[in-house]
Design a protein around this ligand. Sequence first.
Ligand code: DC
Length: 224
Amino acid sequence: MNKIIVAIDGYSSCGKSTIAKALAKHAGYTYVDTGAMYRAIGLYTLRHRLTAEKDIIAALPQIEIGFIRVDDVQHVTLNGEDVEPFIRTLEVGNRASEISQIKEVRAFLVAQQQRMGEAKGIVMDGRDIGTVVFPDAELKLFLTASPEVRAQRRYDELVAKGGTPRYADVLADVNDRDYRDTHRAESPLRQAEDAVVVDNSHMTPDEQMKVIIALFEEKLAQLE
Ligand code: DC
């Protein structure tokens, strides 16, 4: 059977990685979380106190991003170190959003992402997958949900981890990140013309999964 590339783009906190992982499992494909790659570079710049764009660009040859599997879960590595435990914080997320605006950082990661997709059989999620990384992907999904719904989901996650966030702060952060992701000069988040939009504001994870598996199976059948 033909293997395809599935590109999943969308705003932060709209459940891209959950759905991408589940679809990859269903299809027996490799899942690649490109946000984790930007986060790992963000972490590197925080650890090395790099703030000037030219210093970040100069450091790129010293940065190697990879993936390993730990207990059947994908973890991102930075120069061989499993940095998964450090990259999911608000601080690293915000830094990732900042460094993702640098053209050279994007070119560095896009080239690596394109190599990872050479053999197809991949589900990749991010912001520019259907537009820049794989403009010819056979299936492109654009996930969306209202900012309030996404802020509530992120708030619930932070509370579940023992945090005491304020909903208003979480919502403001969601709106700021959306603004930065959609307004940056380099590869801003936008919907590819041939992407299927899935608004999951009022869907349960199971309902969403059914919709996405149906789209995937339909695409495979078309290509048979
Ligand atoms: O999906 P995430 O929240 O883990 O992504 C972290 C940041 O990385 C996000 O603010 C935007 C950036 N990013 C990007 O610019 N392009 C991608 N393909 C993936 C993420």
